[in-house]
Each structure stands twice: as structure tokens, then as C-alpha cells.
Design a binder for this molecule. Structure first.
Ligand code: SF4
Length: 470
């Protein structure tokens, strides 16, 4: 806070003490070898969790978290690791990416020793994170990635191999994979906008440094960001390497979500809009819903009835290999073609319905404000707290079911869920109010807010169905 005052100020006469955050940034910059050792430790841990269980027999009905590595890894990986990585984005920005992520670290390491080719144009296409998120989410459901270690190894191990390959081929000492292709980078970039921390470049300081004709040092940002304009926490991996660069860049505190109100007015784009409305509040909702949804059962029964009435029985019996659709006969868990088709259809219909309702509400809000299309993208950023909370709760449902199987008392879980959803709803409403206030159309502010609130109510409704109704 108050960076002007706390900035390490070298005007020739005064030298102010750095704040704690600035000292943390400096510490990160000066302790790269330690951070790299941490990264290798995480890589080792990740490899054990992802690779080993895939070669062990599947747990039987008597296995427990504490005596079966597969169950323990499943709990640690999907139940703790992933949900809390999402939380960490909101609390600390993308610190996870810059300091702990095994895939990012491996990709950067490969890039250090690789071919160093220029990044091709097709790879810079901004739609990759959205496409990769949707594909991995749907494919993950088709092969039951949360339940079976082979499926987890296929998706996560496959993604790690591609990350290494991309690092080896393109860029030098960079994270081309993280910047353009990682399936979760889009989601992380959205959640980091809520963070109270960010690396920020003070432009006056930058300018002053130039005018003092000081030596022009350079820093290689792994995600190759234009450091002079550094402000958003979205693309920054919080690695700390640029701390105090040109005496202008520092780790600073800010009001949580403030980036969404101000910076997003210019920076929000259609890909982020689609990731929120179609990806997080559409595809992800369908992916978490289907196993609990009575509508899914009805849909499947309807499709089965249709097939039987036409005497087409083979889709009810035919199945596919485990890497295409869930196939674990020993566990009595086999998807028929009908199951797979119903699953795809259910996720597709949920996405269509949810996307249409939220998109329409946001569009009406923009219309009421008589603002350009950019305002539509900006408004969608207000829903990030709800979208993030939903995905966190969806992931933590597995944590709860694994703990429940171990007889851990979880009477408090629904209260915590309700509290979290309520908090995210208030946050989204508050952000919406501030966003709407950014546009001059004063009289229409309440109409726009009403329409925006309808999008919020729908977003709460879809998660309420899953956790409190079904
Ligand atoms: S801007 Fe780049 S170098 Fe600076 S902290 Fe972020 S990722 Fe690291």
C-alpha cells in the first residue's frame, strides 16, 4: 500500500526502508537457487503422486487413506493439492506457478537446454487456454480422472511431457508452455486478478531511472512480460526475478479485486469472457453436476428408451478402452457408448443453458449502460469470485467424500460451503456494482445492476443445485 511512500527511494539524499513485502520480493530475487531446489523437490513429490499409483493394483474395499498409496495420492492430489492451488491464486497471485509448479519448472528447465526456436504464430493463439481447459475437463470426466490413477497419469503426465517438449523446442529460459498453452493458465490468470498482491512497475520511477542515465540492466521474465508496464497479477508468475528492476518494480499490496474494477475495463477480452461464462460456469458446472444429477439419469433413460424403440441395442453394450472412456470391469465401473454420449450431451446442454442465461444477463446489463462490447467482457470479470468458489467447492467434494469414507465427521461441511458461496456472492455483487459504476450512464446503473445480479443468482443457483438440493 502507498507505494509512493514506501518505495525504496534513491533520490540522492533520501533512502527509505523497504516494506516487508518489498523485502520479500528482494528475498525471492536473491534466493533463486533455493527456489530452484524447492521446485525440484515438488517435481519429485509430483512424480511419486502421479506415476507410482498408476502401477499399483487398484484399492479394494478394505483399503484406507493411511494404508494405501493410491488412495493417499488421490486424496492428497485431488483433495488437497488442486483445491488449495486455486485458493493460493486468490491469496498470493500466481506464486504457485512461479515457485512451486512442477510443470512450469520442467518446461523452463527444458527451455534452458533446448533448441531455443522462435515461438510460432499458431502457438500464440489466445484461444488455447480456453480450448485446453474445456478439452481436459471433458476428457477427464470421460476417463474418470479423479478416480483412477492411470487416467490421472495419462492426463497429467501427458500434459507434463508436452510442457517439456514445448520448452525444449521454443524460447530460451522461458515458459512458453505456461504463457500460451497450459490448460489451467487461463483459470489461474482470472483468479489472480482477485489477489491482494502483485508485482507493480512504477512508471515515474522507471522514467527517473532512465533520466539518471544509470546502467540499463536487463531481467529475463520467464513469461516475457513488458516489465515497464507491469501492473496486472494475471500473467505474472510472481517469481520475483524483476524485483527492484530499474528501481521501479516492487511486490505491493492492493485492494483484493481492485484489478477487476479498473485494469479489466481495458484489458478484459472475449477469451476471458468465454472462459468464465462457457468454461467455468458452463463446462465445469456440467462436469461436476452429472454424477449427482437426477436430470442426467432421466436423460440417459430417455436416450436408452429411444435406442430400444429403434432396436439399436449395441450402444448400450459396447464400450471403449480405458483411455477413451471409463473401463474398469473389476471395479464394476464401465461406461457404455450410451453413458459416454449421455455425459457429453449433459455437459453440452448444461454449458449451453448456463452460458446462454449468464451471457444474456450480462449483455442486457451492457445494453442498459449503452456501453461498448468491451463492457460485456468487463462485467463478466465480476463473476470470477463465484466461478472460482464453485470450482473449488466442486473439487473439494472429492475431499469430503474420501474423508466421509474414512468416517471423519463432516457435519460442518455444508455450513462451510454455504458460507463460502455466500462470501463469493457478496464479492461478485460488490465487484459488479463497482464495474457498473465505471460507466457514465448514471440512471441506468440500477437497471444494469439488476441484470448483472440475475447472472449472479444463476451462478449461485447452479452450485446450490449440486451441494444443497440434489
Ligand atoms: S513480471 Fe516476470 S520476472 Fe517479474 S515477477 Fe512476474 S513473472 Fe517474474
Amino acid at each position: 500500500m502507498n507505494a509512493q511512500v514506501e518505495m525504496i527511494c534513491r533520490t540522492g539524499t533520501a533512502e527509505l526502508q523497504p516494506s516487508r513485502l518489498q523485502r520479500l520480493g528482494l528475498w525471492m530475487r536473491d534466493h533463486r537457487p533455493l527456489i530452484q531446489r524447492i521446485q525440484w523437490a515438488v517435481i519429485l513429490f509430483y512424480a511419486v503422486l502421479v506415476v507410482l499409483p498408476a502401477f499399483l493394483p487398484l484399492p479394494d474395499y478394505e483399503a484406507h487413506l493411511w494404508n494405501n498409496l493410491t488412495l493417499f495420492a488421490q486424496f492428497l492430489f485431488w483433495g488437497i493439492w488442486w483445491p488449495f492451488v486455486l485458493i493460493s491464486m486468490v491469496l498470493f497471485g500466481r506464486l504457485w506457478c512461479g515457485v512451486f509448479c512442477p510443470e512450469g519448472a520442467l518446461s523452463e528447465w527444458a527451455s534452458r537446454h533446448g533448441k531455443g526456436r522462435p515461438i510460432p504464430r499458431w502457438l500464440r493463439w489466445p484461444g488455447w487456454p480456453l480450448l485446453a481447459f474445456i478439452t481436459t475437463t471433458v476428457y477427464g470426466q470421460m476417463i474418470s480422472v479423479y478416480q483412477y490413477p492411470q487416467a490421472a497419469l495419462l492426463i497429467l503426465g501427458g500434459s507434463t511431457l508436452v510442457a517439456i517438449l514445448v520448452g525444449y523446442l521454443f524460447g530460451r529460459n522461458q515458459r512458453v508452455w505456461c504463457r500460451y498453452l497450459c490448460p489451467v493458465s487461463g483459470v489461474f490468470a482470472l483468479l489472480a486478478k482477485l489477489s491482494p498482491l502483485h508485482f507493480h512497475a512504477n512508471r515515474q520511477q522507471w522514467q527517473a531511472y532512465r533520466q539518471q542515465q544509470q546502467p540499463l540492466t536487463s531481467v529475463q521474465c520467464p513469461t516475457f512480460l513488458p516489465l515497464r508496464e507491469l501492473d496486472s497479477a494475471s500473467p505474472c508468475h510472481m517469481c520475483g526475478r524483476c524485483t527492484q528492476h530499474r528501481e521501479a518494480i516492487q511486490l505491493e499490496a492492493r485492494l483484493p479485486g481492485s484489478e477487476i474494477v479498473t485494469t479489466s475495463k481495458q484489458s478484459a477480452n472475449q477469451w476471458e469472457f468465454l472462459l468464465i461464462v462457457v468454461g467455468l460456469l458452463g463446462v465445469a458446472v456440467g462436469a461436476f453436476h452429472w454424477s449427482a444429477s437426477p436430470w442426467f439419469v432421466q436423460l440417459k433413460q430417455m436416450l436408452a428408451g429411444l435406442l430400444i424403440s429403434h432396436d439399436w441395442l449395441w450402444p448400450l453394450e459396447a464400450h471403449a478402452p480405458w483411455w477413451l472412456m471409463t473401463f474398469y470391469p473389476d471395479q464394476n465401473d464401465v461406461f457404455s457408448l450410451l453413458d459416454g454420449a449421455a455425459l457429453l450431451l449433459y455437459i453440452g446442454l448444461t454449458t449451453l443453458m448456463s452460458g446462454a442465461v449468464i451471457g444474456l444477463c450480462l449483455w442486457l446489463a451492457r445494453f442498459a449502460l449503452s456501453a461498448p462490447t468491451q463492457a460485456l467482457y468487463h462485467l463478466s470479470h465480476g463473476l470470477i469470485p463465484l466461478a472460482g468458489a464453485g470450482v473449488f467447492l466442486g473439487l473439494s467434494a472429492l475431499t469430503a467424500s474420501l474423508l466421509r469414507a474414512e468416517q471423519v465427521p463432516l457435519f460442518w461441511v455444508n455450513d462451510v460451503r454455504a458460507l463460502l458461496l455466500a462470501g463469493a456472492t457478496v464479492w461478485s455483487l460488490w465487484l459488479g456494482w463497482r464495474i457498473v459504476g465505471q460507466y457514465p450512464s448514471k440512471g441506468a446503473r440500477y437497471v444494469a445492476m439488476l441484470s448483472y445480479s440475475a447472472a449472479v443468482v444463476w451462478s449461485v443457483f447452479v452450485w446450490w443445485l449440486l451441494f444443497f438440493y440434489w
